[in-house]
Design a binder for this molecule. Structure first.
Ligand code: UDP
Ligand code: MG
Length: 308
């Protein structure tokens, strides 16, 4: 039996791009594969939804989900993965920045045994300097603090095997970055490198502030380091002020070789107490971290293969 591929496309105000994208897609897949196309309209305010409905009425392979408002791309991808029926799913942007003609390459890597195929961007001509700096520092910070390894410039242009889709669908957290979650799931990944062109039409749905929000929420959901920083700072302050305090006591009161002013002594004691408060915050962070792990309710482990 021929394997079925689900193509999942989040759409937010892509009125001009949807039909172009659809034509490109048909050209690339060229009836070589059995496939379904799932458009997720993420609360577009333009004609996107109407255009998708029209396309769907002429092609039974097209399915669509329309959100009641804009929920963001991560949620749109999730809805697509929750509702697809293929043996594998490919998530791809509607703005033609992810070259559609590479889809057969993704599929052949999958047929050769890869569970996850990740599209990695070589360069993006349309990116502004601020976005480039932003994404560079995001990956730098992320690779330092997160437990999950995230490859720089990896995109949402991905193929997931049915097994990975099923595991993905078990994850229940609300604040999510699909990419990070997929990387967390593990499985054998292979990469396909591509040049991202300019977006076809319209403007990016992700503003700089929206990207920063996404970055922050992924720091918070994939790493506990920001929480623990206060604690480390507290311990550092306690140590410094304790050493200085002891030095004061010895030289001023015991040996009488120095004379520290009242405010200096007060400041040292104060610093010591601040250190205690901060390290207690760090301690609380550990408890919050525990609560967070329980609340995320991720599956405890992901099985690749089993024989019981
Ligand atoms: N998108 C979405 N919801 C949003 C913003 C974007 O579904 O709130 C879709 C958009 O239609 C496109 C993809 O996500 O298919 C990537 O968006 P964009 O081109 O704005 O992001 P970038 O290419 O800058 O990463
Ligand atoms: Mg884009």
């Amino acid at each position: 039996m021929q394997k079925k591929i689900s193509i999942i496309i989040p759409v937010y105000n892509e009125g001009e791009n949807v039909s172009v994208f659809y034509n490109e897609l048909n050209k690339a897949l060229n009836n070589k594969f059995d496939y379904e196309i799932i458009f997720i309209d993420d609360g577009s305010t333009d004609q996107s939804a109407k255009i998708i409905e029209n396309l769907a009425s002429s092609d039974p392979r097209i399915k669509y989900i329309e959100f009641s408002r804009n929920f963001g791309k991560e949620v749109a991808l999730t809805a697509g993965l929750n509702n697809c029926s293929g043996n594998a799913a490919i998530t791809i942007d509607a703005d033609l920045q992810h070259p559609v003609k590479l889809i057969p390459d993704f599929i052949s890597k999958w047929e050769n045994g890869a569970k996850v195929v990740v599209g990695v961007r070589k360069k993006n001509k349309s990116d502004t300097l601020s976005k480039r700096i932003g994404s560079w520092s995001f990956y730098k910070i992320m690779s330092r603090i997160a437990d999950t390894k995230i490859i720089p410039n990896s995109t949402d242009y991905r193929l997931l095997d049915r097994q990975v889709i099923n595991e993905f669908n078990r994850c229940t957290e609300r604040q999510r970055m699909a990419r990070g979650l997929i990387d967390w799931l593990g499985f054998r990944q292979t990469y396909i490198y591509f040049d991202a062109g300019n977006r076809q039409d319209g403007k990016p749905g992700y503003s700089f502030t929206k990207l920063i929000k996404l970055a922050l929420s992924s720091f918070v959901s994939l790493s506990l380091v920001p929480l623990k920083l206060a604690g480390y700072l507290g311990i550092f302050i306690i140590l410094c002020s304790a050493v200085f305090g002891i030095y004061m006591i010895i030289t001023d009161y015991l040996l009488n070789i120095q004379d520290f002013s009242g405010p200096a002594i007060l400041a040292t004691i104060n610093l010591f107490l601040i250190g205690i408060v901060l390290s207690c915050l760090g301690l609380m962070a550990l408890y919050i971290a525990n609560i967070q792990i329980e609340a995320l309710n991720r599956p405890m482990y992901i099985i690749n293969k089993e024989k019981l």
